[in-house]
Write a protein that binds this ligand. Structure first.
Ligand code: URA
Length: 216
């Protein structure tokens, strides 16, 4: 937890050396599309490790080849990963490598060019989203408006326990999301210096969707 002017915020900057190293490679403009995608998969697996660090365990009886024992297994809520289209998909694969049984949801939002308000164009969630720990993924937390709108929509759909994961955040984005959703822990690999006038994170890594899919 960090203390902010508007109260305590649950924001974790993942400092693991492998995460920081891979993020540096992703930031470099010379990194190819294929390499960027592979790094996104690897870093998201490591992020999932942090995001799930406090999942509750319960004891169960098992038999090893030598004797019976009580051993820990995951208890309680199962996971749902929700990708904010389209770049969120690039942060999901590694998480699914680590938690293959997780359910997957998608939400698509675009910004109305006149009102600048996020408008939903796609939503598909598992029926039992209210019973799951929901990890919402989007590589770039820039203005924070799409993330805040996505979290509000997921709460409206019944999600009760949510976490938000991104590669990079701008300070404003963190303020917007934690201000609108103080109950949602935010996980990021870096809080960068600022947003520029085009709402790009600086120094950043460019357009995450274009870099993932080679569309520019
Ligand atoms: N989305 C991106 O892909 N990059 C940014 O820097 C900000 C938003």
């Amino acid at each position: 937890m960090t203390e902010a002017p508007n109260g305590p915020r649950d924001v974790t900057v993942i400092q693991h050396p492998l995460v920081q190293h891979k993020l540096t490679l992703m930031r470099q403009k010379a990194t190819s599309t294929g390499e960027f995608r592979r790094l996104a998969r690897e870093i998201s697996l490591l992020m999932a490790y942090e995001l799930t660090r406090d999942l509750p365990l319960e004891m169960t009886g098992i038999e090893t080849p030598l004797e019976p024992m009580q051993a820990p297994i995951l208890s309680g809520k199962k996971l749902c990963i929700v990708s904010i289209l389209r770049a969120g998909d690039g942060l999901m694969e590694g998480m699914l490598d680590l938690v293959p049984s997780a359910r997957v949801g998608h939400i698509g939002l675009y910004r109305d060019p006149e009102t600048l308000v996020p408008v939903e164009y796609y939503l598909k969630l598992p029926d039992d989203v209210s019973e799951r720990l929901v990890i919402v993924v989007d590589p770039m937390l820039a203005t924070g408006h799409s993330a805040a709108a996505a979290l509000a929509r997921l709460k409206q759909a019944g999600a009760e326990q949510l976490r938000f994961a991104c590669l990079l955040a701008a300070p404003q984005g963190v303020d917007v999301v934690t201000g609108a959703h103080p109950d949602v822990p935010v996980f990021t690999c870096s809080i960068d210096r600022e947003l520029d006038e085009h709402a790009y994170i600086r120094p950043g890594l460019g357009d995450a969707g274009d870099r993932l899919y080679g569309t520019k």
